[in-house]
Design a protein around this ligand. Sequence first.
Ligand code: CTP
Length: 389
Amino acid sequence: MARILLGVTGGIAAYKACTLTRLLVRAGHDVYPLVTEAAERFVRAETFYALARKSRSDDPYPHLERADLLVVAPLTANTLARLAHGLADDLLTEAALAHAGPVLVAPAMNVRMWEHPATQANALLLRDRGVEIIGPAEGELAEGEVGAGRMVEPDAIGARIAELLGMPAAGAGSLEDRAVVISAGGTREPLDTVRFLGNRSSGRMGVALAEEARSRGADVTLLAANLAVDAPSGVTVIQTPTVADLEREALARADADVIVMAAAVADYRPPSALAGKRPKDAKPWTVELEPTPDVLAALGTARRAGQVLVGFAADGAESGLARAREKRLAKGADLFVFNDVSRADIGFDALENEVIVLSEDGELHVQKAPKREVAAAVLDEVERLLSKQ
Ligand code: CTP
């Protein structure tokens, strides 16, 4: 167990720092978050304190004096410059100046800012002083540009921290050798060759579940229904754009250890798609929709002993929670994850979620947090049920 100071600076990757905090805590480390004001524009400091099992009122100085490692993830261009030049104008930079041990930083910024000679010179200053810089990784950046600027994934930072401290990697292995199938995104049912009936699901929640299951050592298959985000690396991705595709691919894997139906599946579809593009005319276009097969219910019927089956219920109505309880029983699922999609700050297409996980043992309220943290709470429940069997 090591004492780790975790600096979090402002940028969209602050969401990923939540995952890093949890991974380090799971690995048994004592983590003290140092969250800059700019980072709080993305994720509140309270979220980090809760994940680190600390409180804002804790006196930080004992941690600052005795820390084994300082990690800054994500590190902005601005704080990189402040660290390089020894400024001490907030708690994080003060802590960095007072810290005598090893330092690991994970920059995250726009590719042009990273490649700017000023930033490169600052990075060189830090390296010369023995600071280890991990990343930034190549990929699509927050502003839609492509290049080096993404923060390295929390799992990889956690693995490097473990190496630096000479300890086992953070939290890995609890789903080792388990086959986990996760559906994500939203199905699209074609009306003709260019038009479809779809929904607003981005697939972020399912992708977060796939990442989290992979980091726990699972053998993950992601059934991807029109994802608006990148599928994670290290998982098998099968494209399932329609209910028919999803039904076929999910049922082909009905013997998996864990199946999570996080995709928003169309409940109705046109019986057949028109050939070609329907030309516009002055008359209304009436389409009769037929109900789709319920994939989760079919999995519930086909289920085998020892398997854990998880459904999602997206509802905005007052009665949504009661309906989710009924759906869990009707579809033969072990867990149902209820989320209120009438709120704009969580659920569909948002970065955060707040859910209630229903099981026969009761209801677990997961506070608003980045989707990867919600995914971790759901998989903790899955693991609890697996260990009961
Ligand atoms: N589901 C499914 N096949 C369908 C429809 C839904 O497998 N044809 C799954 C979803 O992936 C999700 C759960 O069932 O896990 C949601 O159940 P559903 O009854 O569709 O609930 P909601 O869409 O939340 O609500 P509503 O009944 O209002 O549509």
